[in-house]
Design a protein around this ligand. Sequence first.
Ligand code: SAH
Length: 254
Amino acid sequence: MVKIQFLKSQIPVRKIINRFKMWDLVFGIFPSIFVKIKYQILEDKAKHQGLRNQLVSILEQKGITDKNVLAAIKKIPRHLFLNSSFEAYAYQDKAFPIGAGQTISQPYTVAFQSQLLEVKKEHKILEIGTGSGYQTAVLCSMGAKVYSVERQNELFKKTSNLFPKLNIRPKHLSFGDGYKGLPSYAPFDSIIVTAGAPFIPQPLMSQLKIGGRLVIPLGEEVQIMTLLIRKNETQFEKHEFGEFRFVPLLEDKN
Ligand code: SAH
């Protein structure tokens, strides 16, 4: 067998070749896969913009009229909030799994809830259920100062890491129980709950400004989209907007 000198030790040629293959992997293929995973998924291409324009037309056909909501949906790259294996479906009007047994809301639902909030620039909005962060991003894009609470630590961490990469800057992200709201940041111009609530949590009502709007899907199996408008210290006006389906707003932390 041919042997060559390799750093004092005698190593067979075959072993050296194997060693090169290994370093090839370490310095060549692995980094390029890593770079692809890290950067390619954050690409927003012309084809995505085209799909978003189509999605916005669908939402208009379904009755969404708020120009600011439609502009935000046209702008926010929803495919970057989904697991990359679902990228092909990102601009369908459907909910999808985002891990931890949770879902990213259907675009129509996001648009419908955002429209009910009547968002104005600089509005201070509390969101319960950060999830993928897509709804948060839509509200930020509309110029709102968004405070968002998520009870699943895994999603809280994942989404907190994603926002800066997309240059989306919510005012405050919190890991905790949305039933309690965020008393230290109250009162809010509006509050949006993005999970199905069995009842209206009292703290959320009391953290709303007078004239403020609380949008909350109410119910267990299916939910009725409900809007409360705070009239004064003690009175709220209630409006209902038909059935939607959400994952449940859970009370106890895992
Ligand atoms: N707005 C999200 C919707 C995610 S689904 C999006 O656009 O992707 C609802 C989210 O509410 C889930 O992430 C779930 O973990 C969270 N959630 C459920 N119960 C909660 C609670 N008590 N407090 C805060 N978040 C809660």
